[in-house]
Design a binder for this molecule. Structure first.
Ligand code: SF4
Ligand code: SF4
Ligand code: FES
Length: 259
């Protein structure tokens, strides 16, 4: 499949020629348009795809050549911006990071790939969800360097070991795959959720930061770290390989140690 056609919502490009190496994929998408639908419903699109295509390519194919109203987020297309998280065959993943060949059924069979919005956040249209509650929790843990006293006259020095202490949690791209795979978050959207705790961890364990006490107070709340049931869904879902549950446990330990 070529992916060179630029699209604008609602427009259709010229369908590209089908490669001889293409396989037929039945792309089953949970569609929802609040202006016309009472409830979400499944629609299936038969699409020729190369095994090396990413799921994002399939979405582009539908949007550009079949139905320009299909709505989803994406930006970088390279696993960096975190905007195209969705359930792919029931598992939270980034559409730009999953290859068709990794989802193919046995040879000769048409593969069905299902796409649905991430759970726990309100679906606004098709695969697009309202991310505001997610970012609200992120902002609530003060995800920035806090220092007190006079500004230093030179850079804040940090050892390699001190930097490594929170290296894992710096990799977060705020995709929400973890938080929206958490059963606690599904049942109680007030829970801060693993992504917010990961981003608190990133600063709590930064030797230059002086706001750890504030963040620990926030996460000691009834909707904070103690809600976590250590089920590891979040760790399994993270496309950046962050040890999310371990980070949550470290924040819990920091709270216990502080006591
Ligand atoms: S380990 Fe905790 S935060 Fe992660 S999915 Fe399980 S309950 Fe949710
Ligand atoms: S911790 Fe991983 S899954 Fe969670 S928001 Fe950050 S990058 Fe996404
Ligand atoms: S489009 Fe940016 S992470 Fe997938």
């Amino acid at each position: 499949m070529t992916a060179t056609v630029e699209s604008t919502s609602g427009t259709r490009g010229k369908v590209p020629e089908v490669s001889k190496d293409a396989v037929l994929v039945a792309l089953k998408i949970l569609r929802y348009n609040p202006e016309v639908d009472d409830a979400p419903h499944w629609e299936t699109y038969d699409i020729p795809a190369l095994p090396t295509d990413r799921v994002l390519n399939l979405l582009h194919y539908v949007k550009w050549y079949i139905d320009g109203t299909l709505t989803f987020r994406r930006s970088c297309a390279h696993g960096i911006c975190g905007s195209d998280a969705m359930q792919i065959n029931g598992i939270n993943r980034l559409a730009c990071k999953v290859l068709v060949k990794d989802l193919l059924a046995r040879k000769g069979k048409t593969t069905t790939i299902t796409l649905a919005p991430i759970k726990g956040l309100e679906a606004r249209k098709d695969l697009l969800v309202d991310m505001e509650p997610f970012f609200e929790a992120f902002r609530a843990v003060k995800p920035y360097l806090i220092t007190y006293g006079n500004e230093p006259t030179r850079e804040r020095i940090q050892s390699v070991a001190d930097r490594e202490r929170f290296d894992d949690t710096t990799k977060c791209i705020l995709c929400a795959c973890c938080t929206t795979s958490c059963p606690v978050y599904w049942t109680d959207g007030s829970y801060f959720g693993p992504a917010a705790i990961v981003n608190a961890h990133r600063f709590i364990f930064d030797s230059r930061d002086e706001g750890a006490g504030d963040r620990l107070d926030i996460l000691n709340d009834t909707e904070g770290v103690w809600r976590c049931r250590t089920t590891f869904n979040c760790t399994d879902a993270c496309p950046r390989g962050i040890q999310v549950t371990k980070a949550i446990q470290e924040v819990k330990r920091a709270l216990l140690f502080r006591r």
